[in-house]
Write a protein that binds this ligand. Sequence first.
Ligand code: ATP
Ligand code: MG
Length: 287
Amino acid sequence: MTRTVDSRFRPRGRRHPKIYAFMLECGGSTKTTSATSMAVEAALRGYPGTIFDFDANRSTTTILGYDEEAMKGRKTVLDLIHGTAILDEVALPARYRVGDDYDDDAFAYIPGLRLVPSCKEMSTADTAIAEDADRQDWFAEILLGYDGDDDDVFWLDFPASYGRMVYSVIRMLDEDDAVIPSVRADPKDVKLLVPLFEELDRVREKNRLRRSVPGRPTVNHLILTAPPLPVTPKHRPGRPRRSPSPCTATSSRRTSGTPPTPRSCTTTAALCPSSCRTLSRQSTTGS
Ligand SMILES: Nc1ncnc2c1ncn2[C@@H]1O[C@H](COP(=O)(O)OP(=O)(O)OP(=O)(O)O)[C@@H](O)[C@H]1O
Ligand SMILES: [Mg+2]
């Protein structure tokens, strides 16, 4: 029997899943919450998926049922990067706590959703890739060797920085995949879309002539969120409320994989004319 593959999940007849990447160089911009809630919602509606936690803060890993204790002795995404495990050895069934302790019956499982967990040591991933040039291809190998369901999708939750590890993943995206900046609806944070578009342009330019690397990560959707701001004791009516924005921005003029130099959100580069063109060309709201 011939299987019909839904082209929504396998664009251009490719074998590996469609990819949704939540990416923005801004801490607390709601990437993890958006990625996990969309992945869970999709799975519950019958669209299976695998969510990758790339952040050393392990937020997605914890939200989907694996705290530090539960992760003891388990493999993580860092094993994929080092090439010491394959995807099926690392992926865990996503779950949530319904009882005490760590027995199986202390958790309920989310059907159709797998988690590729992170670990604190993910902070060393950029160095691991820098020290062994072969490791740059780790995500490409996962995609090429993918042999899962025909309607599986990949959800990626990135840290708030653009280093070598992020580059090794994001260069494998095509225009049919989606980079989704999940950003707070605050003018200061929305400005951080500019360095994102610059970073994506840089990835495209670096891979323009390569045949084995799609190199076309594209913002197809944008999520604007409105997390509540904490009310501080210092706040008085009539006095401007200061956002506790933990955002950092990074110079986009660096070379590939150079560790980012964080600087305060308030000193983020102003919208430059070329970036404005990029924004109006690529950005859409909603899906
Ligand atoms: N749509 C939303 N509405 C209200 N609050 C939200 C929403 N999305 C996220 N939050 C809250 O905002 C905070 C930051 O969210 P989250 O951890 O998802 O951000 P992040 O971009 O992943 O941060 P980091 O870069 O540090 O990993 C959390 O406290 C979360 O509960
Ligand atoms: Mg996060």
